[in-house]
Design a protein around this ligand. Structure first.
Ligand SMILES: Nc1ncnc2c1ncn2[C@@H]1O[C@H](COP(=O)(O)OP(=O)(O)O)[C@@H](O)[C@H]1O
Ligand SMILES: [Mg+2]
Length: 428
């Protein structure tokens, strides 16, 4: 991809209404643009990151044995009446009518639709356990959409639902999803905590949240300073108590003392038990031929929110510092004087072709701007490796490799493949 062609409108200054760093940087780096409150368009650069995260989630879900489906975004009122959530959900559920005056809503989550699918198509315990997932746009009419895609009204989620014959099997599916979520977040290279949580509107028994630790996190979590223990402070505090009263107290698990951290909830797993299946009559025949209510679990991970969370953890005053695995491009070639100097242009294109044919995702800055502008934009969009080619090349046959983290080295252009791979390894 060439900079002169890609639709990448970067901004020098932070837009006024962007409060947190990820929101500012996503706007400045030309990743997203606001359409209306809590609703965004993803531009090419942002979409590349979103898709990379989506694919990592998909790979790990597939590896866990879960199967991908795609449910509709529009859901009929009747299904929501069965679970009584048509009333319970309140104004977050966006309702509307079709031309026949029938009531519908935009799916904020899919327990009703998936339970309907399974009750109609699964008859025996032999077909369980079953774990179905989708990666899909959700709509929740959030009272306070904010921080860009971090708390949007329309957002991309991976949601999955397990169907089990009993509590033990549900527990196994739950633990498998917990491991899968750990793998996903570890692959993304993010620092996180698994936090005991409130089940909220979804209901059910056990529930844990995955939080990416970040100063701008909306949630306050209490973590032990010497064990894995972490709990959402919502669960520890009574009415009117404030958070300071927790600080330095002994950790509820008996190990260490409490520290208060800020977190961004990026995933949430629940053991729903029988509540949905009971309400919707989702039964199977057990091994004795008796009808048995299905046990369910549900598991969500916020894909668009993960993009913002990754930026909250990986930035400096110049811009984003992408973890290699989700960087929109792996290499940025900064060609200084591309339009004026044929030798530089040709050398830059050669490097571009070589690295592309090695399988790297490369972007070439062929614009007519000077080094300063190009470097500023490069640092803003945060590509891991920059290759700078300019006067030094025409004079001494040298190019510079500069990592977004600050390391740099000079190399001769003739052996770019070897130099590049060596530099990449050194900086990993
Ligand atoms: N408004 C939102 N904007 C972006 N992502 C969201 C939003 N609401 C939820 N998510 C993501 O979807 C995941 C699953 O949502 P869920 O736990 O059902 O929502 P909530 O915690 O708001 O009740 C969350 O962990 C989060 O990553
Ligand atoms: Mg949640």
């Amino acid at each position: 991809m060439f900079w002169s062609k890609i639709f990448l409108p970067t901004l020098k200054d932070s837009p006024q209404d962007a409060e947190v760093i990820s929101h500012q940087l996503m706007l400045r780096a030309g990743m997203i643009r606001k359409v209306t409150s809590g609703i965004y368009t993803w531009l090419p650069l942002g979409l590349r990151v979103l898709k990379k995260i989506e694919n990592i989630v998909r790979e790990e879900m597939d590896a866990s044995g879960a199967q991908e489906v795609l449910m509709p975004m529009v859901q009929p009122r009747e299904l929501w009446e069965e679970t009584k959530r048509w009333e319970k959900m309140g104004p977050e559920l966006l309702r509307f009518q079709d031309r026949h005056d029938r009531d519908f809503c935009l799916g904020p989550t899919h327990e009703e639709v998936i339970t309907d699918l399974v009750r109609n198509n699964v008859k025996s315990y032999k077909e369980l356990p079953l774990n179905l997932y989708q990666i899909q746009t959700k709509f929740r009419d959030e009272i306070r959409p904010r921080y860009g895609v971090m708390r949007g009204r329309e957002f991309l989620m991976k949601d999955s639902y397990s169907f089990n014959i009993d509590k033990d099997s549900l527990n196994e599916s739950y633990l498998l999803m917990k491991e899968t979520y750990k793998k996903i977040i570890e692959r993304l290279g993010l620092e996180y905590k698994i936090v005991k949580a409130d089940s909220g509107a979804i209901g059910g028994d056990a529930s844990e949240e995955f939080h990416v630790l970040a100063e701008n996190g909306e949630d306050t979590i209490a973590v032990s300073d010497s064990s894995e223990f972490a709990i959402n402070t919502e669960l520890l505090l009574g009415e009117g108590e404030d958070i300071n009263s927790l600080q330095g107290k002994p950790s509820p698990d008996g190990t260490g003392t409490i520290e208060i951290r800020k977190g961004i909830e990026i995933g949430h797993i629940f053991q729903l038990g029988e509540i949905y299946a009971d309400a919707m009559n989702a039964n199977v025949l057990d091994h004795e031929g008796k009808s048995q209510t299905i046990f369910m679990g549900c598991y969500g991970i916020g894909i668009s929110r993960l993009v913002a969370a990754a930026i909250e953890q990986n930035n400096d005053d110049k811009g984003i510092i992408w973890p290699e695995i989700i960087a929109p491009f792996e290499v940025n070639i900064i060609a200084i004087g591309f339009g004026k100097d044929k030798m530089i242009a040709q050398a830059a294109i050669d490097i571009y072709d070589k690295l592309s044919s090695m399988g790297y995702e490369v972007i070439l800055d062929d614009r007519n701007d000077g080094f300063g502008t190009k470097m500023k934009d490069a640092e803003l969009i945060g590509i891991p490796i920059n290759i700078i080619i300019g006067k030094q090349y025409t004079e001494k046959n040298e190019i510079e490799l500069r990592h977004r983290d600050g390391q740099s080295s000079i190399g001769m252009i003739d052996d770019i493949e070897t130099i590049f791979e060596y530099f990449k390894k050194e900086n990993n």
